[in-house]
Design a protein around this ligand. Structure first.
Ligand code: NDP
Length: 433
């Protein structure tokens, strides 16, 4: 806390990992002697820069841009860019730190980074978004490269923004290279990347339930958010036979008592992704309720998938979920459950999958996008979905291997320890760096 003042999200993320990993390190003194965890909690490099851009009225606007290059021990830095007013160094350091373990868990050769800006894309015109992205990349391009650092999208950065960023990188460097993932299919993108985080989260839940001889089919599910992760998580749940009761956005929760089917989901996707409107407009389109300013967690269901943002599920929400018979929670977002809520899940026997394991599908398919770019080939949708499914199963199995104790599985410990080992061993091999 003294070393990194005013960084509560970063402290929260490090504390959670330290609690799992320190007992393991104590039993494996080679890591302790080399101070591996202390080294891992310090990013390799942080860059912060001014992003000046002009709005449609000719006013000059100033935002702050960042790239946190956390750890490249097992591959080039890799992690998303977030454009949101809540972005600050603490948030990006927490995300970059988490990414280290997540990327290691994918079994693929990718290091960890995160970046973004406090720019608010809401209410901006398409041209303003373009000018902002171009200005942002004009600062960022010298710090990234296909073997150095390969950013992707995150909150507020979807395929439109990635296209503007990639176009500017190409213009600045005269290179067509795999420097960003989440690209459109016409210029090097991968099939299934858009769906990967949400689909992967549903697959992780499937694996976690299968381990308990349970399944998603027939179960009532709460999904929060209605962005990229939430919409595709809902889609895969529907395909697996689950009943999706809710989606939400920053203005409230959409509740569909009979369950959201694919037809309704397509309408919702259009409203959120193409029209960029609030979920509340859907009350005019089909039978549903909209709870203004509320999250989904008070509704009775067996499975919960928080897919919106950090700390969106509190201790009280966890108590309500457990009281209502929820048996498992799988995080689609990064750190959506507060530490107090995770404690409640543990006490009440609710299975809990931390995002670094359950939402790793997105970055895994990003790494597959890099592989496809390198070999200048594209794999089919079926091949990629099979690979995604297999990776999620492997992540699950690593969590079971390292998180099992007295017949119980602690997925937090499992994910943290499994993710730690690979990076730590690489750092040990490099000597003091
Ligand atoms: P999007 O920007 O596509 O969607 C975010 C969604 O969350 C929107 O529906 C937004 O509502 C809602 N939201 C944002 N803030 C709040 C809030 N304070 N309260 C309630 N709802 C809120 O982002 P993604 O779907 O890409 O990302 C969601 C989460 O998943 C993030 O934590 C991200 O880091 C994580 N993640 C994403 C990956 C990816 O591949 N995209 C990979 C791994 C993790 P509104 O529409 O009103 O803005």
């Amino acid at each position: 806390v003294k070393r990194n003042p005013h960084e509560p999200e970063f402290h929260q993320a490090v504390k959670e990992v330290a609690e799992s990993v320190i007992p393991f390190i104590n039993k494996n003194p080679q890591y302790k002697l080399a101070h591996i965890l202390e080294r891992m909690t310090e990013p390799d490099k942080v860059v912060s820069f001014r992003v000046s851009w002009e709005d449609d009225d000719g006013n000059i606007r100033i935002n702050r841009g960042y790239r946190v290059q956390f750890n490249n021990s097992i591959g080039p830095y890799k992690g998303g860019l977030r454009f949101d007013p809540s972005v600050n160094l603490s948030v990006l350091k927490f995300l970059g730190f988490e990414q280290t373990f997540k990327n290691s868990l994918t079994t693929l050769p990718i290091g960890a980074g995160k970046g973004g800006s406090d720019f608010n894309p809401k209410g901006k015109s398409d041209r303003e978004i373009m000018r902002f992205c171009q200005s942002f990349m004009t600062q960022l391009y010298q710090h990234i490269g296909p073997n150095m650092d390969v950013p992707a999208g995150d909150i507020g950065v979807g395929s439109r923004e990635i296209s503007y960023l990639f176009g500017q990188y190409k213009r600045l460097t005269h290179q067509f290279e795999s420097v960003l993932t989440g690209k459109s299919l016409e210029f090097g993108g991968s099939l299934i990347r858009t769906e990967a985080t949400g689909y992967g989260n549903a697959y992780f839940m499937q694996a976690m339930l299968a381990h308990q001889k349970e399944e998603i089919a027939g179960k009532a599910c709460l999904v929060s958010g209605s962005g990229n992760v939430a919409l595709h998580c809902a889609e895969k749940i529907i395909q697996l036979g689950g009943k999706v009761l809710t989606l939400s956005d920053s203005s409230g929760t959409l509740y569909v008592a009979e369950g959201i089917d694919q037809t309704k989901l397509d309408i919702i996707k259009d409203v959120k992704t193409r029209q960029r409107k609030r979920l509340s407009v859907l009350t005019e389109q089909f039978t549903c309720e909209f709870y203004e300013g509320k999250k989904p967690w008070h509704i009775q269901a067996e499975l919960a998938f928080p897919c919106a943002t950090q700390n969106e599920l509190t201790e009280q929400d966890a108590i309500t979920l457990a009281d209502n018979g929820c048996i498992a929670v799988s995080e689609g977002a990064n750190m959506p459950c507060t530490p107090e809520s995770v404690q409640i899940f543990s006490e009440r026997g609710v299975l809990y999958a931390p995002g670094k394991a359950s939402n790793a599908g997105g970055v895994a398919v990003s790494a597959l996008e890099m592989s496809q770019n390198s070999i200048r080939m594209s794999w089919s949708e079926q091949e990629l979905e099979q690979k995604l499914h297999d990776i999620m199963q492997q992540i699950h199995d690593q969590c079971v291997k390292y998180g099992s104790k007295n017949g119980q599985i602690n997925y937090v410990d499992g994910a943290n320890i499994a993710g730690f080992i690979k990076v730590a061993d690489a750092m040990l091999a490099y000597g003091v760096v």
